[in-house]
Design a protein around this ligand. Structure first.
Ligand SMILES: [Zn+2]
Ligand SMILES: [Zn+2]
Length: 346
């Protein structure tokens, strides 16, 4: 089968590999019918994910059809259409029991697919702990509608969930990339009084303005003043930092009102400065990143009910044979790309 592979630092390559096989009684083999490319894939390519293993098949955003299951798998069967969760988790350890599945203590726990074990930019993928990592897609939900459930949308949903948003709040979301938009969609479900999106890319600003006209938009340079003028208590009640740029961590806490919650979703390339003397007396609560991707069933129900729609994010479609071209466009942000969908080879 074809598998897009982490060849060496800075290089991925489409290779022919054997089809994966069941290795454990809790595994499933899934035929990937639709996949995507995530910014984290680029982080692997450029060496900022040290635990990524050379030679693995990359890709951790995918949906597919169950091909085969191990003898202990009970929640899915061959033929089921499923979302695949970016995280592998046992469901039984201390952290899993508390819903902190990102910190599952199983040796394979956490982000393994497409990082430490073969992922889904391929024709087939082996999914460990299939009872936890796979969720059946309702018949009325298409592959494209379900594509982001296991990763970027799970991240947005988790970020909105932990941010303690109430209906009186002004919520600031920094960054309107794919994860920022998914976060926005999930924050909207909480019905806060105001949502402000801070973004600098004209294309992304246009995307938000056209599709979500009720959302206020500001650019980084004026955002402190804008948030001050558009909030009730001298700053945002809740800030979600989804950009991960050089100055956005500072922006996040500067735009927050005293006693605000600041949720850091972004993955930074470099350490960030926490200037405690400058923020002394602000009494902020910080929550830091690492999605607990255990709400996929609930997210699928919300999609089925028409409450979340991420299909506008899919701006480009390629088959697996053309994945090099898909990466070229995604990596260089060409042609207004937000997300690409990778379908089976033709
Ligand atoms: Zn990802
Ligand atoms: Zn666990």
């Amino acid at each position: 089968m074809l598998a897009y592979t982490y060849k060496e630092h800075g290089k991925f390559e489409l290779q022919e590999k054997p089809k994966p096989e069941i290795q454990d009684s809790r595994d499933a083999i899934v035929r990937v019918t639709l996949g995507s490319i995530c910014t984290s894939d680029l982080h692997i390519k450029h060496g900022s994910v040290p635990r990524a293993i050379l030679g693995i098949t990359v890709g951790h955003e995918m949906v597919g059809i169950v091909e085969e299951v191990g003898s202990d798998v009970t929640s899915v069967k061959p033929g089921d259409r499923v979302t695949v969760n970016v995280e592998t988790f046992c469901g039984e350890c201390f952290f899993c029991q508390k819903g902190y599945v990102n910190n599952c203590t199983d040796p394979n726990g956490g982000w393994a697919l497409g990082c430490r074990i073969d992922g889904g930019q391929a024709e087939y993928v082996r999914v460990p702990y299939a009872d936890r990592g796979l969720n059946c897609i309702p018949d009325t939900v298409s592959d494209e509608q379900a594509l982001f459930v296991g990763d970027v949308l799970a991240t947005g949903f988790w970020a909105a969930r932990i941010s303690e948003i109430s209906e009186d709040d002004t919520v600031l979301i920094i960054g309107a990339g794919p994860t920022g938009i998914c976060t926005l969609l999930c924050v909207m479900l909480k019905k806060p009084k105001r949502i402000i999106v801070c973004e600098k890319s004209p294309e992304r600003i246009r995307f938000v303005r056209e599709r979500y006209p009720e959302v206020l938009i500001t650019e980084p340079e004026n955002s402190k003043e804008f948030v001050l003028n558009n909030s009730d208590h001298g700053g945002a009640d809740v800030v979600l930092e989804v950009a991960g740029s050089a100055d956005t961590f500072r922006l996040a806490w500067e735009c927050a009102r005293p006693n605000a919650i600041v949720t850091i979703v972004a993955l930074y390339d470099k350490p960030q400065l926490l200037p405690l003397p400058d923020m002394y007396g602000k009494n902020l609560t910080f929550k830091t990143g690492g999605v607990d991707g255990c709400d996929c069933a609930e997210i699928l129900s919300l999609i089925e009910e028409g409450k979340i729609d991420t299909t506008p994010l899919i701006t480009h479609r390629f088959s697996l044979n053309k994945i090099e071209e898909a990466y070229r466009i995604f990596e260089n942000r060409l042609d207004g790309v937000v997300k690409v969908a990778i379908c089976e080879p033709i």
